[in-house]
Design a protein around this ligand. Sequence first.
Ligand SMILES: Cc1cc2nc3c(=O)[nH]c(=O)nc-3n(C[C@H](O)[C@H](O)[C@H](O)COP(=O)(O)OP(=O)(O)OC[C@H]3O[C@@H](n4cnc5c(N)ncnc54)[C@H](O)[C@@H]3O)c2cc1C
Ligand code: FES
Length: 511
Amino acid sequence: MTHNHISGKGLPRFPEPFWRDSINLPTFQPVKEDLKVDVVIVGGGITGITAAYLLVKEGLKVALLEANNLLNGTTGHTTAKITAQHGLIYDELINHMGRTKARQYYEANTEALQFIKQTVSEHQIKCDFSQQDAYIYATTEECANKLEKEFEAYQQLNIPGELVHHIPFDIKIHNALSMKNQAQFHPVSYLAHIVQLITANGGLIFENTMAVDLEEGDQPTVITREGQRVTADYVLSCSHFPFYDGLGFYFTRLYAQRSYVIAVKTEKEFPGGMYISADQPTRSIRSATFNGENIVLIGGDGHKTGQGKDTLEHYKALETFGHEIYESNEILYRWSAQDLVTLDKVPYIGEITANHRNILIATGYRKWGMTNGTAAGLLLRDIVLKRDNPYVDLYRPSRFYINPSLKEFFAQNFDVAKHLISGKLEIPNREAEDLTNGEGSVVLFNGERAGAYKDDNGQLHIVDTTCTHLGCETEWNHGDRTWDCPCHGSRFSYTGEIIEGPAELPLKRLR
Ligand SMILES: Cc1cc2nc3c(=O)[nH]c(=O)nc-3n(C[C@H](O)[C@H](O)[C@H](O)COP(=O)(O)OP(=O)(O)OC[C@H]3O[C@@H](n4cnc5c(N)ncnc54)[C@H](O)[C@@H]3O)c2cc1C
Ligand code: FES
């Protein structure tokens, strides 16, 4: 267990997810030779690990390639509520896709919850799994009306839920909508156990193995950054942003949304349940266990990656909210992460395009990936094994609903074009030498826009801020000390290395 340094303002200085810090994960070697397997899976988060587990159980030879370390992507930075209550969604799904698909969305996510519950019980997995009721609450009249509509949608879809007027916190609410018998867990403990089951069943896992390309064909081949070739009957892209696009143009159909989490220790007893606000900025609350004591995870304050205010302000907003509901708190951890959102808010799971029957993707969970990522594992397994699955059409990546997809498509791509141009026109008014230790900023360097960070020892790290994906200008993320792209969410360390794609090349270092 490492200890975070505490800054003067009470926030732990370094962003660190509590989940990853509280258990020891196994480590794996990079792939060192060409391989031939039945299925190659790219990405070691909840999606890739669940899919690998399900496929090795069926006797298939599986290789899982992870660019970094397992569970260090969004899954290692989640809040891990396991629920089919995904904010306000069912009324919208009925209006856009009809009642049958809306009900299927509920069923797919409820079955995923049941799958996790059953797996935990079958293998006696110690991961603090506990059943909890989920609540969305409204603090404004506008959202209270939306909750009433959502409740009507629950009734139309036969979703058990109740409209109540009180939640056990000192928050003035208009109403709240419950969904009974949902759950929460420690996602990394759960998935670390699943990793053991994968290797025990002959599955191959490789870390520090980045997939950079793919050769299509009857036997597609994934090519790694170091040039190894892994050939299989099926390739599953579980890499969050698809590592290979297959001319599906996913960068025009997905955007990245960041959120913040703080883990706090409080004197007051947690009343049970999991909570999320319907109003913006979002506030999410759940309990967890730390060294045998109960703690509370407070999350929210989301925004599009690379856009908006100083990122440290988001943590401070959560800290203030924590003080409002619990008078005094000790902040043990803070972290942030991003998830991808599709045009119609339903994930893309299945064949990457209609012409690629053996290249499958799973992405776009809109911050509800514990159930959607598990549902993806189940659906990908069934596609590989050519079994019927009721959710193929619901999640089919090539679907396109005119309403709302067309509007979102234009809004999203207008936003990208705006950032592409505005970043180029901006003339920075700071110089690298002016920065204080620990500070980063866009600066003027040799007459051009550049990114500078002065580390705690006073050393300057200067990079070209032009994103290596499609050329938008990255922005400084103060809270995490990274360069974040406002267009499709690529992120880079202050020295320019890739943290997450779609970019595959680092930022150019200028000094
Ligand atoms: C702050 C926050 C809170 C959330 N809270 C909840 C919640 O309470 N409940 C819920 O259901 N969901 C929640 N979510 C969403 C959920 O955490 C995600 O949807 C889910 O973890 C995504 O899982 P994944 O496996 O698709 O991606 P990841 O966990 O990101 O895994 C993808 C992996 O692929 C690897 N990779 C990427 N590119 C390559 C490549 N080229 N080669 C090899 N490997 C590669 C990455 O390194 C990464 O390890 C939250 C999300 C956020 C951001
Ligand atoms: S992520 Fe697409 S341009 Fe940066």
